[in-house]
Design a protein around this ligand. Sequence first.
Ligand code: ATP
Ligand code: MG
Length: 646
Amino acid sequence: AMTADHILLSGLDPEQREVAEHTGGPLMVLAGAGTGKTRAITHRIAYQAAIGASDPRQVLALTFTTKAAGEMRSRLRSLGVPGVQARTFHSAALRQLRYFWPRMSDGPFPDLLPQKSTVVGHAMQTVGISPERETVRDVAAEIEHAAVSLLGVDDYAERAGSRSLPEGVDIDAMTRIMHRYSELKTERRVLDFEDVLLVLAGALGTYEDVAAQVHSQYRSFVVDEFQDVSPLQYDLLMRWLGRRESLCVVGDPAQTIYTFAGATDRFLRRLPVEFPGAREVRLVRNYRSAEPIVGMANSVLRRTGRSPIQLIGTGRTGPHPTFTEFSDDGAEAEAVASRIAGEIESGRRASDIAILFRTNSQSRAFEEALSSRGVSYLLRGGERFFARREVKEAIAVMRAASNRGGTDRLDVQVKEILSSVGWSPTAPQGQGSVRERWESLSALVTLAEDSQAESELPVPLAAFIADLEDRADHQFAPTIEGVTLASVHAAKGLEWESVHLVGVSEGLMPIGYADTADAIDEERRLFYVAVTRARTALSVSWSKGRRGGAGVGRRPSRFVGEVQAGKPARPDAPARKAPVSAPVRCRVCGTLLTTRADKNRGRCAQCPAAVDEHVLEALIHWRGAKSAELRMPVFLVLSMPTVREI
Ligand code: ATP
Ligand code: MG
C-alpha cells in the first residue's frame, strides 16, 4: 500500500518531485506558465509535513493574491494538511503588526487607509498644487512606487531623477507632497497599504524580541510568483528569514507584470548570487493547456526575450485559438456573451469560463451582455463586490455586533447576523437583484466558514472583519459561481477551461500610455499571461471602435500580428475546416488562396516557404456589406470560425 507521502509525490513529475523533496538550503524554481510551480510548492509543504521534515504551522507560504492564498489553503486541507499560513505579504504583515502593536505603542492600532487619494489630495493642496483627479492618482502612484522601491522621502529626490513625474509636478513639489503626506498620516493616525510592510520591517529590525518571536514561529518560507516581488517585499522576506536558509521560491520572468508597481524579477535572477548554495530547478512541461494554446504561448514567449526555454505541451489536442474583429465594443460584448451562453448550454460550467481584459473599465459592456442573457458572473479584482450595498451593510452590522462581543464559533455568528438582514440558507427563486443580494451574503457566509475551518479555536468576529477589510483593500472578491470577469493582472496564477481575451487592439493591449520599449515589453508579458490562462479554448477579439461613438479606427494589437501560430497542426489533431470562404492572399507571392490552403496545413499553395516565414493577407467578407482587412498568419485566418457571425 502506498503511504501518504508516496501519494503526495505520485502526482508530480521528476523535477516537481525534486522541489517537494529538497530540504536544507534555498531552492529556486524558474519555469514557464502552467508548468506546475504552484502545484509543486503546495505538494512540497504537504510532503514535508507528511514525512515530518517540517511542522506545517511553522511554514509561511506567500502568494500574490488573497484568492491564491485561499486556494492554497484549501488545496493543503484536501491533502490532509490544515493550518498552514498561506497569505499575501500584506495580510501576513498586517496580522503580525496587529499582534506586536501593543509592544510598539501605547495607542490603539491605527486605522488603515483604504486608498491614498484623499490624503494625497490634501497634501497637494497644502503645497499649493491643485488636486486634479488625474494628478492625484498619478502622485499617489508615485508615492506608492517610492515606498515599494524603499526610497525614503529624503533619498527620493536624489534617486528618482529619471522618472517621469505627474504633469505639473516637479521633483521639488513631489518631495514636498511626500513630506506632507507622511505628516498627515501621522497626524491622523493612519497607515497606508505599504506602511503595513514598512512598519513591520522596521519593527523586526528594532525590537529583538519581536524578531526572535517571528523567527521561532516561522521556520520555512515558500514564495509563489517570485518574479513580481518588490524591493519592499523582498526586504521583509529577508527579515523574516533572518540567517536561516529554508526558502523556496518559484517564478517565471516572462510573467513579470507589476513593474509599474515596483516589482522586479531581479531578485529571482539574483537568488543564486545572494545564496550561493541555492539549488535551481527548471520545469518545462506545461500541463495546463492544449497543444494549440501552448504553441501560441511559445510564440509570444519567444518575443518576450525573458525565457530561452520553450514550453513543452502534454500533447492534449484542442481547438485552435480564434481571432475576431468587431465593428464596436458593443458588438464584441454581444458576440462573446452569446458564445459563452452557448458554451454553458452545451455543458461547460460557468465557473470554467473567463473574460479577460486589460483595464477594468472594459468590463461594463460584457457585464451587461451577460446579464441580459441571464448568465451570472463575478468580477475579480473588481472593487465592486465590496462596493455592493448589501456587502457594505453586512460588514457594518457585523462590526456593530463585534463590539458587543460573542463567544459562538464564527460557522454560527455570521449566519445569525446575516439572517437579521434577511439572508437565508436557501437560494431565492429566479434571477435579479434579490438573487444577487443573496449571492453576496452567501459568499460572506462561505468566507466565514472557510476562516473558521482553518482554525482550531473560535475565530473572533473582529478578526474576520479585519480579514474582510484586508480583502477589500486588495480588491479580491470571494468566489460566486459564475463566469469570471477579470483584468489580466488579477488573473495571474489562475486558469479556466475557456478564456475569452477581449479588447486586443492597439491602445488597449498594449495600453495607449505604454510609450517606451520597456513598457511595450511589459504589455507583451501581460498578453503572455492572458494567453496561458486557457486550458482548452481561447478566443481573442477586439473591436474597431466604441459603441455609439464614431469609429475611432482602432487597429488590432501588434501582438496578434506577432503571434506566429503557423506551426502546422499536429498530425493527430484534425485540422479545423476553414469556415471562411473568402479568398486569402499570400503577401509573399500574391496568390489568392481559397480554403484549399487548409489542406496544405498553413502553407501557401504556391510558394514553398512555410507559413512561419510569411504572412498572408486576408480579405474577409462577412454578412452585410462590411469588409475588413486583417493581416495575420494564415493559420489564424483559417481558424476564424466566428467571422461569419458578426
Ligand atoms: P502559473 O505560471 O500560471 O502560475 P504554474 O506553473 O503555477 O502556472 P500550476 O497552476 O501549478 O502551474 O499548474 C497548472 C495546471 O497543471 C494545474 O491544473 C495543475 O493541476 C496541472 N499540473 C501541474 N503539474 C502536474 C502534473 N505533474 N501532472 C498533472 N497535472 C499537473
Ligand atoms: Mg502558479
